[in-house]
Design a protein around this ligand. Structure first.
Ligand code: PLP
Length: 233
């Protein structure tokens, strides 16, 4: 079945595979790896797919649509970038997990498009944890307002599976750790107060190439790693 995508390995593939193997050996079994393939070729994605990796992350809708069209249909695509409401429709038929829900309006649109596709779409709520203004995400109050709103209570075609955050782009690991601790304690608070009986609320998506080990220490269940696997963008 996979023969269409099988080829002999070339040197570049070997480095992707060895990067991947090293990462795999460092990540505990309880943590899933999202291979962030944005800007990288379909060929590179196939190198990992061919050794059994199925979870890939993209942050641009157009790029994701092209890759989804061309690549094997059992790839689990995660959307990790800022998502505009008018683009939800195009990814709703196949997206596995949307990490970056940052408003009730967006969630409402995802619910609507999921319903049209007779699906329940898994989503994470994005928390703004970084010091930079440029990053997206909600604060604690906005998240609580969203999940306690009557409108959220009426959504039948989305499932909130946890929280996502992006730490500051900084070499100050104390700062990054503080930001991870903040989202980790918020995750526990939200879980205990609003999703205690909900098994599906179990994901904390934190950690990228520069900080995934720290993120795992602080409770990450999904690390999103790009450049450490595929090289520089
Ligand atoms: C690009 C990106 C990543 C991966 O970043 P690397 O530093 O290449 O590992 C993770 N999360 C989000 C939201 C991204 O946009």
């Amino acid at each position: 079945m996979k023969s269409r995508f099988m080829r002999l390995f070339l040197p570049m593939e070997n480095s992707i595979l060895s990067n991947f193997r090293k990462l795999q050996s460092e990540i505990p079994a309880s943590v899933r790896l999202v291979a962030v393939s944005k800007t990288h070729t379909e060929e590179k994605i196939l190198h990992l797919y061919n050794v059994g990796h199925k979870i890939f992350g993209e942050n641009k809708v157009q790029e994701l649509l092209v890759k989804h069209e061309h690549l094997p249909k059992d790839i689990e695509w995660h959307f990790i970038g800022h998502l505009q409401t008018n683009k939800v429709k195009s990814i709703a038929p196949f997206i596995s997990l949307i990490h970056s829900v940052d408003s009730l309006k967006l969630l409402k649109e995802i619910n609507k498009e999921a319903e049209k596709n007779k699906r329940v779409i898994s989503c994470l709520l994005e928390v703004h944890i970084a010091t930079e203004e440029t990053k997206f995400g909600m604060n604690r109050e906005e998240i609580i307002e969203l999940i306690t709103s009557p409108e959220y209570g009426s959504f039948r075609n989305i499932s909130i599976c946890g929280l996502m955050g992006m730490a500051s782009f900084s070499s100050d690991m104390n700062l990054v750790q503080k930001e991870f601790q903040h989202i980790s304690s918020l995750f526990k608070e939200i879980k205990n107060n609003y999703f205690k009986e909900d098994q599906k609320f179990c994901e904390l998506s934190i950690g990228m190439s520069g900080d995934y080990l720290l993120a795992i220490k602080e409770g990450s269940t999904l690390v999103r790693v790009g450049s450490l696997i595929f090289g520089d963008r």
